[in-house]
Design a protein around this ligand. Sequence first.
Ligand SMILES: [Zn+2]
Length: 465
Amino acid sequence: MLLLADWVIPVSSAPLADAGVRVMDGRIDEVGPAAQLRARYQGEEERTFPGCALLPGFVNSHSHLELSAFRGFARPSGFGRWMLNLLMARRKLDKDDYGPSALWGAYEAARCGITSLGDTAYDGLAVARAVAAAGLRARVYQEVFGLDDDSLPRTMERYEAVMARLREEADAAPRDPGGLALVEAGVSPHAPYTVSVRLYHEAARFARRAGLRVATHVAESAAEVQVLARGSGPIARAYRLAQLWTGASWAPPRMRPVEYVAASGALSPETLVIHAVEVDAGEVGMLARSGAPVAHCPRSNARLHCAAAPVAEYLEAGITVGLGTDSLSSNDSLDMFAEMRAALAAAESRVETGASPGGRLSPEAVLRMATIEGARALGWEEATGSLETGKSADIIAVRVRDGGGAASPVDGLVGAATADDVRLTMVAGRVVFAATAESGGPEVYPPASILEGYQAVRRKLGLKG
Ligand SMILES: [Zn+2]
């Protein structure tokens, strides 16, 4: 099949005008000028996308699809208040509610042109089923929590049982043309303020033994730095108000967040460090030496009044940085265009305050973070993240606006496109979303049953729509 458009933006090489991609057996067979492809493959089925660009599907390196029903939940607020509100709101939900919430989230991700996700989940099984149903590529990092080392053996025993079921589910998922499972299991010790050093150590050891990757939230907020340093502040207060923590069995470790995770032995090139906002120069060095990639979530950070992550410093230090939306409990949408613009703005804010004087990012750089660098952060750079011969056909077609006379299609897309401009989303050669029924999409998207299940969960939370 030939996909043809006004532009092809391979990301790994310069944009091509009037070009296309040949897809065969779920793989990208050739990328080149439309005339050349047509001449070479006469009579082959064609799909044309006038006014559009073809580009690699987005890699959302950090999401929580199961929290999609919380869309519109978070007003801008400090981290501690948001955390308390979320903890209390989650008590209105039953375990069965995460499935419909994740399912809608997975369909919404496909609609937004996201073909791959690094998702951290409380109910990993529900998310694994949701992404498989939507036809996406995802690693589902099952979360584990625990500050009390007395219950550590029991926590790990339970966790390993949950992981066995999740891995079975992942093994049953379809594979891409390169033989890579479209759904993978991963391990996620949640964050330094919910996981002891020993539990981090045990979870990372389990992951290594099982050949699984790790993801963890680190240094997201100043509140996290404070609770680790002194055992006080908004997180400690939220714990007390939610009656989750009396503080009796826990003493502040008096360490910086990255230092804490490094001390547990959990930092490695296979550990995705989510957020990494509140870091000092020593911690940037620690991350660089460990080889751990970072998932940058600028809209979530802004919503929770967290600072802007030092992305320019990370890139300077050779750290891989992917882009993530985080959950819809702290973001408005899964729109990766909006996320790219927020990444530009976050970098700009550090330039303006003098924190990173030379730290401005280009549209090309944030597009790479939303595609190939996100793939690299998740260890999938050989399979996806750019349009190159031999890679899985993870492709999207997006309407290009001129962005006020933008010089290149990348400027136009990053400057002005939204998720509503996505016309087609393909994963491993299979169309998982099309904007119109003529190009293979369903009449109603998402299917009515998925929307109904999702809305039922939202009603429980007191949210409309
Ligand atoms: Zn998160």
